[in-house]
Design a protein around this ligand. Structure first.
Ligand code: C2E
Ligand code: MG
Ligand code: MG
Ligand code: MG
Length: 288
């Protein structure tokens, strides 16, 4: 009956052809089942401190391990979850799982903060902070939130209020994909944010580009002036890594350093990192 209701609603809202519509509906019901039955999984991508070359934190990235379609990337279902409202349940699942994995890592001797991506739809939702904060106080993990600038567009005052509530509860906030969307310096200054992540589009062009080094350099300076730490995402070449180190970028994330890893491979990665504890990152002195 519930599926039928959704069927009607969507049929009215979206004039699609029968088969696209049917597959969309199957996908949607499947997502609710996926959340209930643990078909989702988290992969973790290290955030590496530029000075030491050591993992300083992890970013949790969700995947849907679909019984017939295989591993589905988040870009294919997060938007849908936002439309249907399933995003709240999904995010709760992500936070719970991240906290559980953080506990498992701690038992293995790895004490690391974990950052989760929070949809702008939730930041704009008046009930958002309450639900999440209750979850947090109940379980007490060392979890930070990454939010994109788009969270601020629909209702900036409401979003700001929610972000302040979250920050007041001691949850670290990062701006994700900075520079890719609507960036207002006026807002940036007001936001209770301690980390700025430069969008990978600027970083991937670093190795070849002409103007981008200037953009990245000035963004790093801006963030530092606002007393924020800067993370570069999409560091996928040794050239980009070397440049970012010289520019004073605080943290680095990207395929050149590590892809997002399933839990077991993350553990292997962290073990080999502690085994090589004395070896610093090799690139910066070569460039200097
Ligand atoms: P994001 O938070 O900006 O995450 C970075 C994305 O870039 C990830 O894709 C990551 O695998 C990819 N990436 C990392 N390093 C490199 C690199 O060197 N080169 C390139 N080309 N790509 C790199 P992924 O895992 O497919 O996630 C895509 C987006 O989906 C995320 O972007 C985030 O916005 C969203 N997402 C992922 N997990 C969640 C979640 O649990 N909740 C919500 N609301 N959104 C999520
Ligand atoms: Mg992110
Ligand atoms: Mg990002
Ligand atoms: Mg992104």
């Amino acid at each position: 009956a519930r599926a039928n209701e959704q069927h009607k609603l969507i049929a009215i809202a979206l004039p699609e052809d029968e088969s696209a519509f049917a597959s969309r509906l199957t996908f949607m019901c499947g997502l609710q089942k996926a959340i209930r039955e643990d078909e989702l999984e988290l992969h973790y991508q290290p955030k590496i401190r530029a000075r030491s070359g050591k993992t300083a934190a992890l970013e949790a990235l969700v995947r849907w391990n679909h019984p017939t379609e295989g591993m589905i990337p988040p870009d294919r279902f997060i938007g849908l979850a936002e439309e249907t409202g399933d995003i709240t349940k999904l995010t709760e699942w992500v936070i719970r799982r991240a906290i559980a994995d953080q506990g498992r890592l701690l038992k293995l001797g790895h004490k690391l903060p974990i950052d989760v991506n929070i949809s702008g739809v939730m930041i704009a939702d008046p009930n958002f902070a309450w639900d999440t904060l209750m979850l947090f106080t109940a379980v007490q993990g060392d979890i930070g939130f990454e939010i994109t600038e788009t969270a601020m567009i629909a209702d900036p005052a409401r979003a700001l209020e929610n972000l302040r509530t979250i920050a007041d509860a001691g949850i670290k906030l990062a701006i994700d994909d900075y520079g890719s969307g609507f960036s207002s310096l006026a807002y940036l200054q007001q936001l209770p944010v301690s980390e700025l992540k430069i969008d990978k589009i600027f970083i991937s062009r670093l190795a070849s580009g002409q103007r981008d080094p200037l953009l990245v350099r000035s963004t790093i300076e801006l963030a530092h002036a606002l007393e924020m730490e800067v993370t570069a995402e999409g560091v996928d070449s040794p050239e980009a890594l070397a440049l970012l180190q010289v520019m004073g970028c605080d943290m680095l994330q990207g395929f050149h350093l590590s892809r997002p890893l399933p839990f077991d491979r993350l553990v292997t990665y962290l073990e080999s990192e502690s085994a090589n504890a004395s070896a610093p990152m090799t690139t910066s002195h070569q460039l200097l």
